[in-house]
Every structure is written in structure tokens, then in C-alpha cells.
Design a protein around this ligand. Structure first.
Ligand code: CDP
Length: 226
């Protein structure tokens, strides 16, 4: 299989990360969760009591920010580290979901994270998911996908994910968070979430997880055969 870049963008909670992870595993590619980097940044700003909306706080926050990923052989998952500390579970909580989109509006923060994402993907053979991967991070990606799903389905899936990690949140609360992040992410000035013209749309509302994965693998085969 040729080493290509697969860019997956789309709305909050439509299964991008879990799908991207499985596609990467099947292809022997590296998976990079760009959303985890924004989430870790939001956690860092909260921990340090810094406001992403104050320029001097942003400068200070970025100076003390180091994000990395490490594979955990026990869980067979790649986990997110913030300044050397494993924050994989903490960044998935509603507390961070409620803050992350504001942090992601800030130009200096995006510039820093995009540079790291481009560096992580420079050897190709990567699947990266986020909001601006096909538009800004890898505009030359060989395969660009735009995933969607209706908000009820997304909220139900996210509720199950949270429950599996021991967090209880109501469907209404989750739905409001997904809708408000979609709104902020789509309307911000810096790299808004959008479907680029060369992206293929996949609506996952009525697809099973394995159908989603297979659809993408078929698209990869088509791209790499050409
Ligand atoms: O998993 P979920 O769909 O809930 O979100 P995520 O991919 O973890 O991303 C969390 C938030 O980070 C998004 O709502 C965006 O505000 C921001 N984000 C972004 O702006 N650009 C990216 N490339 C990835 C995430």
C-alpha cells in the first residue's frame, strides 16, 4: 500500500476519531488525533489559569505547552501526553469539551498546533482527523473525507463513550455541546470547519462502524491504484 495522507474532517462527535484509528490500524498507517491536541491545549490553559482570549496569556501558555502521543501496549491505544503527563482520559471529559472550541479560535494556538501536525505527517502514511486537515494542514492530501451524522445519533454515541469512561451526562447536555461546538467551529475566522470541494462526504448516521471503515478502505484502494 502506497503511503498517502488521509485527511478526515467533519462535525463534532460523528465518529471521525474511532473510524480514523481503525483505518490507520488496517493500513499500517500512523493515526494522529488533532482534536486531542486542541483538547490538551484547553486543559493546559485551565490548569495554568490562563485565558485563551488574552494575548499575553496565549504567549505564556504556548511557551509552556508540550503535547505528544505515546502508544500504550496494554490498551493498544495511542494516548495523549501534556507536558509529560498522560491526559488521555481527562481531555475527553465534558469539562474540556465545553472549553475547547474557544481555545481553537485563537490564531497563535492554531499556528503552533498546525506546525506540529504537519511535522508529524511529513513522512506520509498517516490518517489525521480534525476540522481543517483537508483545508489547511494537508491541502495536498491524496484522500480527503468529510464525515457527517445527524445530531441525535452523534449525541447517543458520545453518551455511550462517556459512560464507558465513567462520566454521566444527559443527552440534552451532550447535544447542546455538539451543536455549540459545530457553530463556533464553522463560524470562526481562523480555519473554519468546511467541506473542501475535493472532499468525499460520508454520512455515518445509518452506517455501522465496520461499514464506515470498509467504505474508507475501498476509497483508499481506489486512490492508491490510480
Ligand atoms: O471528538 P470530537 O468530535 O468531539 O472533537 P475533537 O475532534 O476532539 O475536537 C475538539 C475540538 O477541537 C473541536 O470542536 C474544535 O473546536 C477543535 N479542533 C479544531 O479546531 N481543529 C482541529 N483540527 C481539530 C479539533
Amino acid at each position: 500500500m502506497n503511503k498517502i495522507v488521509i485527511a478526515i474532517d467533519g462535525y463534532s462527535g460523528c465518529g471521525k476519531s474511532s473510524t480514523a484509528k481503525e483505518v490507520a490500524k488496517k493500513l499500517g498507517f500512523t493515526y494522529i488525533d488533532s482534536g486531542a491536541m486542541y483538547r490538551a491545549t484547553a486543559l493546559h490553559f485551565l490548569n495554568e489559569n490562563l485565558s485563551p482570549l488574552r494575548a499575553e496569556d496565549v504567549e505564556k501558555g504556548l511557551k509552556g505547552l508540550q503535547i505528544s502521543f505515546q502508544f500504550n501496549p496494554t490498551t493498544s491505544q495511542q494516548e495523549t501526553y501534556l507536558n509529560g503527563v498522560n491526559v488521555e482520559d481527562e481531555i475527553r471529559t465534558m469539562r474540556i469539551s465545553e472549553r475547547v472550541s474557544e481555545v481553537a479560535t485563537v490564531k497563535a494556538i492554531r499556528t503552533a498546533l498546525v506546525a506540529q501536525q504537519q511535522q508529524l505527517g511529513q513522512k506520509k502514511g498517516v490518517v489525521m482527523d480534525g476540522r481543517d486537515i483537508g483545508s489547511v494542514v494537508f491541502p495536498e492530501a491524496e484522500l480527503k473525507l468529510f464525515m457527517t451524522a445527524d445530531v441525535e445519533t452523534r449525541a447517543q454515541r458520545r453518551q455511550l463513550e462517556l459512560l464507558a469512561k465513567g462520566e454521566q451526562a444527559s443527552l440534552e447536555e451532550i447535544k447542546l455541546n455538539l451543536e455549540s461546538r459545530d457553530e463556533v467551529d464553522s463560524n470562526r475566522t481562523e480555519s473554519p470547519l468546511l467541506k473542501v470541494s475535493d472532499a468525499i462526504e460520508i454520512d455515518t448516521s445509518s452506517l455501522t462502524f465496520s461499514e464506515q471503515v470498509e467504505q474508507i478502505i475501498d476509497l483508499v484502494k481506489k486512490v492508491t491504484l490510480n
